[in-house]
Design a protein around this ligand. Structure first.
Ligand code: HEM
Length: 427
């Protein structure tokens, strides 16, 4: 077995199966061998060069000219003809957004649309996040158990995202179903039968996103980032073209909430599994911002992202041919023994946790990172204060959707004794 450059493929590289366990269960652990022995390798199962070390992942992110992001939203499993026909029937036509746009168009667009993401503008949303968080907690705080994903971590980021975008409240269940379909359609390996149902949902999602956008175009006077996008489109149609708006409307409906839902669930799981860290946070809420960063390092919700080489180039001493596709595994970089001290330890005092690559790096680094951080901070603040005695329900599985990019559990079951709630004991 040889790679596209003619080099022999090692048995472990040949055996790498990213859609199966153990990678799906713990991607960083499953790639420990690669970080130690073969940090950049060609994986024939997906036809990608897998990049596993912090230094190399960061270097590829940094050079978005040599390593173009244009394949970031490409379907990793080629669609069957039937699926192509289904998508066509819905008029589905996802093209460039922000995350998969090349320079110089990308930077011009990003600059034009940046204002709403600046910290001073984001601060406006914090009271809403707190109010929603408290209201959702009120519904289960006296019950003694909850599924945090179903009962709060899905709903609050979704409402915040819709508010930020300027989209009226939509059917949350439908959007959740659409988000799952988009994830599996882009980053999963569904069977041909599964693909059919996924394609129907992706098609419906496309039409829904377009209907929302059409209303905004008809009256672009509203508040929110997508309204601002429509207004900028009318001013600068060359920088913010119509195809961008249509593709972005769909993509951002997922990017703006699913990421935060999963990262929050991962963070709570990590902290509750390490009781000392959780109790430390309850005693010392000043540590919450650094705990958020450390949880994003160990439990970021996007575990891998993609680039394509626009010319022959070297990564970690390995030659990548022009057109070579790269899978940058941030989950592995975030636990790279050559970058982090005790990478397997969740250390809420770690002073360089912010060097994690969970938001990407460089020109395309996540625009929404400070919204996500703020939401995670508020969640931790409210839960450590109001439910410090909460525990994970033993014996649960933390399974998520099988795919190569988004990682987080479908449910997170917790329990506590309501008689011990601080609000009851010290009302
Ligand atoms: C880009 C992760 C939340 C909007 C990205 C990228 C990653 C990422 C990995 C690609 C970076 C790169 O190519 O270098 C995450 C994670 C989140 C999160 C882990 C939550 C914990 C959000 C939210 C929003 C958002 C809440 C919007 C409200 C965007 C946008 C881009 C992006 C617009 C494209 C930026 C560009 O290409 O210039 N995000 N994201 N993200 N994200 Fe996020």
């Amino acid at each position: 077995l040889r790679s596209p450059t003619g080099c022999p493929i090692s048995p472990r590289a040949a055996a790498f199966r990213p859609f199966e366990r153990p990678y799906q269960e713990d991607p960083a652990a499953a790639l420990a061998w690669a970080r130690a022995e073969e940090p950049v390798f060609y994986a024939p199962d997906i036809g990608y060069w897998v990049v596993t070390r912090h230094e190399d992942v960061k270097a590829v992110f940094r050079d978005n000219i040599t390593f173009s992001p244009r394949i970031a939203l490409e379907k990793i499993t080629p669609p069957t003809e039937e699926v192509q026909a289904i998508l066509k029937r819905y008029g589905y036509n996802l093209q460039r957004t922000m995350v998969n746009e090349d320079e110089p168009d990308h930077m011009e667009r990003r600059r034009l649309l940046m204002a709403d993401f600046l910290p001073e503008r984001l601060a406006r949303h914090e009271p809403m996040v707190r109010r929603l968080t408290r209201a959702h907690m009120d519904r289960f705080i006296d019950r003694g158990h909850a599924d945090l994903v179903a009962e709060i971590f899905r709903d609050v980021p979704l409402k915040v995202a819709l508010h930020f975008l300027g989209v009226a409240e939509e059917d949350a269940d439908e959007l959740t179903r659409f988000a799952a379909a988009h994830t599996l359609n882009t980053w999963g390996r569904p069977t041909p039968e599964e693909q059919r149902e996924i394609a129907e949902n992706v098609g419906r999602f496309w039409q829904k996103a377009n209907a929302i956008l059409d209303r905004m175009i008809a009256d672009p006077s509203g508040e929110g980032w997508m309204y601002e996008t429509v207004r900028q489109h009318f001013r600068h149609p060359d920088i913010v073209p119509e195809s961008y708006m249509r593709s972005m409307m769909m993509a951002i409906l997922v990017a703006a909430h699913e990421t935060t839902t999963l990262a929050t669930a991962n963070a709570f799981r990590l902290l509750l599994e390490r009781r000392d860290a959780w109790e430390e946070l309850c005693a010392n809420p000043g540590l919450i911002p650094s705990a958020v960063e450390e949880c994003l390092r160990m439990g970021g919700s996007i575990i891998a992202w993609r680039r394509i080489a626009t010319r022959e180039a070297e990564v970690g001493g390995v030659t990548i041919p022009e057109g070579g596709r790269l899978l940058l595994v941030m989950a592995s970089a975030n636990r790279d023994e050559s970058h982090w001290e005790n990478p397997e330890e969740l250390d809420i005092f770690r002073d360089n946790a912010v060097e994690h690559l969970s938001f990407g790096y460089g020109a395309h680094q996540c625009m929404g990172k400070n919204i996500a951080r703020m939401e995670m901070r508020v969640f931790l603040d409210e839960f450590t204060r109001r439910l410090p005695h909460m525990r994970l329900k033993p014996g649960q599985s933390f399974e998520g959707l099988c795919n190569i990019a988004f990682r987080g559990p479908k449910s997170l079951l917790v329990e506590w004794d309501p008689a011990e709630n601080p609000e009851r004991r010290e009302p």
